[in-house]
Design a protein around this ligand. Structure first.
Ligand code: PBG
Length: 335
């Protein structure tokens, strides 16, 4: 057997503190709790829930199921849900006017959740035109280009109808320039001074959004088109900090990095540079990877889910949007 030379035994033994559970708990640096979870939910016009094929275990909910989901979120102690609509194809148009219809699916969903849960559950609404546009882009398209300032005007209208419906946090995910400031002014002008803005500040043009686009039915509309003229290239790092700085100046209350797991370096930099509430989105493709491997029996789902979410916390995230929110909450509450 290998022997240390006399006197050469390590004085510092990292394993001392790892030996017992009480000691590991005592020195633990980061914890995941149910307060860190935001649950993204898909809604549709159907009468019953419908499975999303590329997101095993995730459903598009009808409004009754959504009410039950809100009650479940409250029971589990999840602080907030984020709503994403699968808009019927016949309502998708080039100008995405359904986005600011005060009776659209999202507004009715907000009202349904609020009637069930009141102020016990925060409601977050995405702001972008892709669920409503016939071309699948987040803004308006003119001569094959997503135009900025005209898009921002529509996003402001969308934000105000969502706030009127009772939304607590407006979450612009469109990546147009100047939209945070414009939306803040539009909300204030319509009396919504206390509606928060969570900016998808550092959002990357990522292939990990694939299953989400299936879930809201925008992938067919986008038809191979890319979002590279407005979302950031995956290799960018300083640019993410620039984006966050601008959104904070314009009045964002908190910021988000998206996708999550492949971008934890960005989460860490944003948190250490700005010290503001920083959220990360474990996006649909990340969920699909874990779920598929678990289904195949290649990964232990419960352990990998909790480990992946704890990694967000270690990187500096204050909270995580994850389709695993209900599972994670159940596991955390059982501990
Ligand atoms: C809409 C939006 C997207 C996601 C959240 N909001 C898709 C996209 O930008 O194409 C992706 C979320 C996920 O993949 O889970 N702008």
């Amino acid at each position: 057997m290998f022997q240390f030379a006399r006197g050469a035994y390590p004085a510092t033994r990292m394993r001392r503190q790892r030996r017992h559970d009480w000691s590991r708990r005592l020195v633990s640096e980061n914890q995941l709790t149910v307060n860190d979870l935001i649950w993204p939910v898909f809604v549709h016009e159907g009468e019953s829930p419908q499975l999303v094929e590329s997101l095993p275990g995730v459903e598009r909910l009808d409004l009754d199921s959504l009410r039950r989901c809100a009650a479940q979120a409250c029971e589990l102690g999840i602080p907030a849900v984020a709503i994403f609509p699968a808009t019927p194809a016949n309502l998708k148009t080039e100008d995405a006017a359904e986005a600011y219809n005060p009776d659209n699916l999202v507004c009715r969903s907000v009202q349904a959740i609020k009637s069930e849960a009141g102020d016990q559950l925060g409601v977050i609404c995405d702001v972008a035109l892709d669920p409503y546009s016939s071309h699948g882009h987040d803004g308006l398209v003119c001569d094959d280009y997503v135009v900025n300032d005209e898009s921002v005007e529509v996003l402001c209208k969308q934000s105000v109808v969502q706030a009127n419906a009772g939304c607590d946090i407006i979450a612009p995910s469109d990546m147009m320039d100047g939209r945070i400031g414009a939306i803040r002014s539009a909300l204030d002008a319509s009396g919504h001074h206390n509606v928060q803005i969570m900016s998808y500040a550092a959002k990357y043009a990522s292939a990990f959004y694939g299953p989400f686009r299936d879930a809201v039915g925008s992938s067919g509309n986008l038809a191979g088109g890319s979002k590279h003229t407005y979302q950031q290239d995956p290799g960018q790092s300083d640019e993410a900090l620039h984006e966050v700085a601008l959104d904070l100046q314009e009045g964002a209350d908190c910021v988000m990095v998206k996708p999550g797991m492949p971008y934890l370096d960005i989460v860490g930099k944003v948190k250490s540079t700005f010290g503001v509430p920083t959220f990360a989105y474990q996006v649909s493709g990340e969920y699909a990877m874990l779920a598929a491997a678990a289904q195949a029996g290649w990964l232990d789902q419960e352990q990998t889910v909790l480990e992946s979410l704890l990694a967000f916390k270690r990187a500096g995230a204050d909270g995580i949007l994850t389709y695993y929110a209900p599972l994670a909450a159940k596991l955390l509450n059982a501990n």
